[in-house]
Design a protein around this ligand. Structure first.
Ligand SMILES: Cc1cc2nc3c(=O)[nH]c(=O)nc-3n(C[C@H](O)[C@H](O)[C@H](O)COP(=O)(O)OP(=O)(O)OC[C@H]3O[C@@H](n4cnc5c(N)ncnc54)[C@H](O)[C@@H]3O)c2cc1C
Length: 402
């Protein structure tokens, strides 16, 4: 089978890896001129996703590039008192195998693992998909493929071609997120510092091995903002409006954001499509079921989804009419629970009141101080937090995946 995948970040290369392992010919087309390295943010690989990564033989490569963030220092807005949260203990209360890694580091590892037997085409994108499988590209000549996979993220081009404009199936979760790459300066490695207030949070973190850091901003305005996706100046102005009144170090951070070579701003939106395939086209990762960036464990969902899609295609011997419904059925619960989890997290992460801010910092610090077994029990009582740990990843014999 000849397969084309749009998107070379996480879901694309993982799908490509497993499809190659099942003997299929794979082309990955990526809009960026080269592998993205400058931007990106920290993402989470929970136990089920790490299980897939381990079966790809990439456990050590991924662990070696973990961010190494060990402590989070939280200052509540208007207070000079700092609360230090031991993130190693906090994550230990949730998971044995969780790894936090910069998305672009993960992308590079996955590209390295696939580039020898997958055809990568950068600086190109799919512009049309005909019913007979002929795919038209912006730059490369048209070609026929048996399957077309959209792994091109929250604002997927493949999805737009097949399912129509995004507003028909996306839901704003009430917040906005911005991330900027800034110089690491004299910031301590392994420490994330944050200022948390009602309806807003700002912070800085880095990764052990990188020479730059990330400034991040989360805020919840009373109503959805009118902001164009490409209007970076307006986005930076909105950040100043939302955070400009905060004391040191926030004004300095906002100045660094103005000088940043890599700036990302987006609404925290959730996709609510109830199907992720049509004809010979299937969507995977954020393109199909992003529960909300930064709030829903979406990287793990993307890795597990990619493995499941490739597994079902391999088991059905490339018959998309059999494989795609099986893929959707296999992922349905995980996707729906991730949506519910993300909706709750979007509210919890940036509480709407000062009491909520106090409860979040105190509660999180408490779980981080408790012995691991007790912390685990508390986390379990919180209900939904264990979701990303408890998902079962099926093994597909047709992938040689025992
Ligand atoms: C600010 C921010 C913070 C986040 N924090 C976390 C976190 O803490 N934990 C977590 O687990 N997840 C987090 N995420 C989510 C995480 O980044 C995604 O879930 C994950 O990267 C999904 O991978 P993906 O491969 O599906 O999509 P993406 O990583 O979005 O990759 C899509 C790829 O497709 C390419 N592309 C886009 N359009 C086209 C096109 N038309 N043609 C060809 N190529 C195209 C893009 O250049 C990109 O390479 C965060 C996301 C954001 C934006």
């Amino acid at each position: 089978m000849d397969v084309v995948i749009s998107g070379a970040s996480v879901a694309g290369p993982v799908t490509a890896y497993w499809l190659r392992r099942a003997g299929h010919a794979v082309t990955v087309v990526e809009r960026s001129p080269q592998l993205r390295r400058a931007g990106g943010h920290a993402v989470d690989l929970f136990t089920p996703a790490m299980g897939v990564i381990e079966r790809m033989g990439l456990r050590d490569a991924v662990r070696d590039r973990a961010t190494g963030t060990e402590r989070m220092i939280v200052r509540r807005e208007g207070s000079s008192r700092e609360v230090t949260i031991d993130l190693t203990r906090l994550m230990g209360a949730l998971s044995d195998r969780h790894v936090e890694i910069m998305r672009d580091d993960l992308g590079e590892i996955l590209h390295d693992a696939t580039r020898h037997d997958v055809e990568y085409v950068f600086d190109d994108r799919i512009t049309a998909i005909a019913d007979d499988g002929v795919v038209t590209f912006a730059r490369s000549p048209a070609r026929r493929f048996d399957a077309v996979i959209g792994a091109d993220g929250l604002h997927s081009g493949v999805r737009r071609l097949v399912f129509g404009p995004e507003d028909g199936y996306s839901r704003w979760l009430g917040g906005y997120i911005a991330v900027a790459t800034i110089p690491v300066g004299r910031r301590e490695p392994g420490v994330m510092t944050t200022v948390l207030g009602a309806d807003r949070m700002v912070g800085v973190y880095g990764a052990r091995h990188t020479t730059d850091a990330r400034a991040f901003f989360l805020f919840r305005p009373p109503a959805e903002l009118a902001v164009d996706h490409h209007d970076v100046e307006r986005q930076k102005q909105l950040l100043r409006e939302a955070f400009g009144d905060l004391a040191d170090p926030v004004p300095g951070l906002l100045d660094e954001v103005d000088r940043s070579p890599a700036f990302y701003f987006d609404a925290i939106t959730q996709l609510v499509l109830d199907t992720w395939s049509r004809g010979r086209v299937a969507l995977v990762g954020d393109a199909g079921y992003c529960p909300g960036p930064a709030v829903g464990g979406s990287t793990s969902l993307a890795v597990v989804g990619a493995h499941t899609l490739a597994g079902e295609l391999a088991e059905a011997d490339g018959d998309t009419a059999v494989a795609y419904p099986a893929y959707e059925a296999a992922m349905a619960d995980y996707v729906h629970q991730s949506r519910a989890f993300a909706t709750t997290m979007a509210r919890r992460l940036v509480p709407g009141s000062r009491v909520g801010v106090w409860a979040l910092t105190t509660g999180t610090a408490l779980v981080a101080r408790l012995p691991r077994a007790v912390g685990r029990r508390l986390v379990a009582l919180g209900g939904d937090l264990g979701l990303h740990e408890s998902v079962e990843v099926r093994r597909y014999p047709a992938l040689g995946d025992r």
